[in-house]
Design a protein around this ligand. Structure first.
Ligand code: NDP
Ligand code: GDR
Length: 329
């Protein structure tokens, strides 16, 4: 039985990846940091099939112990401070977790399982102020936030351990991917949760930032397949994972409100609290390499994704009409 260690297992991608690996009969270890309330909602349904290990990307020894305990053949480093907006208010923490955390993981692998295959969750945010359209593996990077800068460090650390030590380290440059398990602070989920609340009469308006920003949005369930495929190749490499289609936040809002038969213009307000000090205006990925070399293709299209998320939020809120979360700008 193959063993895999996932950092960030309580997050959106960690939960989908754990499901995928369990389906493939892996023994799955998940690194979980201590918090004052247990936050296993996304993995509650598979919790008893995962070995939970206590650890934090800020604590080197905890990572060494986790590697020693799990003895994995595959390591998926998904943990990060992953919210771009927060990276401006907590830039040092973001650098510590999202950048240096990668080196801590790589060092733990090098010390205990140098033969293990390592996946790093890199990001299209590394392209930032884009230097070419669409973006592929050869497009120069130009990050626009402390998060993007930190991810770029993690990406190059991953490449460097491959070149310095001959380790099997792959970096997946993933464009935005969403699902009903997406955190409520990210724009897709904020919109679908808001639309469901408005439809059910729990809320009247939805406050957003830049409606003009364009993103290449895919479905998280499709994207974790690409992560796994990268670690099944003969040699480690870097791959862009994207749909190749881009939509604006305005398109997103329009699609989500249409799903419930409402006109978004009657409910959406722009609020400077949700504008960013520096914006990433347009992302659209070229995943030709992943298609050709990994045989990967996305299966869920934008409208279907938005519909799936709106429907899931409606179902959830009908059962438990909880108050909206306090979202940080
Ligand atoms: P989430 O924010 O949903 O999950 C992040 C995970 O990291 C959570 O499990 C969180 O734990 C954990 N974590 C945060 N800080 C630490 C720490 N100090 N030590 C240990 N664990 C920690 O992110 P996603 O699932 O959406 O993304 C997964 C990865 O992919 C991230 O690295 C993200 O930056 C990257 N990425 C995501 C994309 C996307 O569109 N979703 C696109 C490209 C890259 P807790 O539950 O305790 O908070
Ligand atoms: P992003 O995702 O920054 O691309 O990072 P997010 O959903 O937060 O923002 C996407 C775009 O929407 C605009 N926007 C808003 N965003 C939020 N969160 N809230 C709003 O009210 C709002 N209004 C407009 C933003 O300005 C932005 O342009 C995500 C994360 O998952 C990263 O971890 C990952 O690396 C990248 O995707 C790829």
């Amino acid at each position: 039985m193959k063993r895999a260690l996932i950092t960030g297992v309580t997050g959106q991608d960690g939960s989908y990846l754990a499901e995928l690996l369990l389906d493939k009969d892996y023994r799955v270890y998940g690194l979980v940091r201590r918090s004052s309330t247990v936050n296993f909602e996304r993995i509650a349904h598979i919790q008893d099939r995962i070995e939970i290990l206590s650890g934090d990307l800020l604590d080197q020894n905890s990572l060494l112990y986790a590697l020693r305990e799990a003895q994995p053949q595959e390591v998926y480093n998904l943990a990060a401070q992953s919210f771009v907006q927060t990276s401006w208010t907590q830039p040092v923490l973001t650098g510590d977790v999202t950048a240096l955390g990668v080196t801590r993981m790589l060092e733990a692998v090098r010390a205990f399982n140098p033969e293990a295959r390592f996946y790093q969750a890199s990001s299209s945010e590394m392209y930032g102020k884009v230097q070419a359209v669409p973006q592929n593996e050869d497009t120069p990077f130009y990050p626009r936030s402390p998060y993007g800068v930190a991810k770029l460090y993690g990406h190059w650390a991953t490449v460097n351990y491959r070149e310095s030590y001959g380790m099997f380290t792959a970096s997946g440059i993933l464009f935005n991917h969403e699902s009903p398990r997406r955190g409520l602070e990210f724009v897709t989920r904020k919109v679908t949760d808001g639309v469901a609340r408005i439809k059910l009469g729990l809320q009247r308006e939805l406050r957003l930032g830049n409606l003009g920003a364009q993103r290449d949005w895919g479905y998280a369930g499709d994207y974790v397949r690409a992560m796994w495929l990268m670690l099944q190749q003969d040699a480690p490499d870097d791959y862009v994972v994207a749909t190749g289609h881009t939509y604006s936040v305005r398109d997103l809002v329009d699609s989500a409100f249409r799903r419930v038969g409402f006109d978004w213009q009657e409910h959406v307000l722009q609020d400077p609290r949700f504008m960013r000090p520096a914006e990433v205006d347009l992302l659209v990925g070229d995943a030709a390499k992943a298609r050709t070399e990994l045989g990967w293709t996305p299966e869920v299209e934008f409208e279907e994704l938005v519909g799936m998320m709106v429907d899931a939020d409606l179902a959830r809120l009908r059962g438990h009409p909880l108050p909206p979360p306090a979202l940080f700008g």
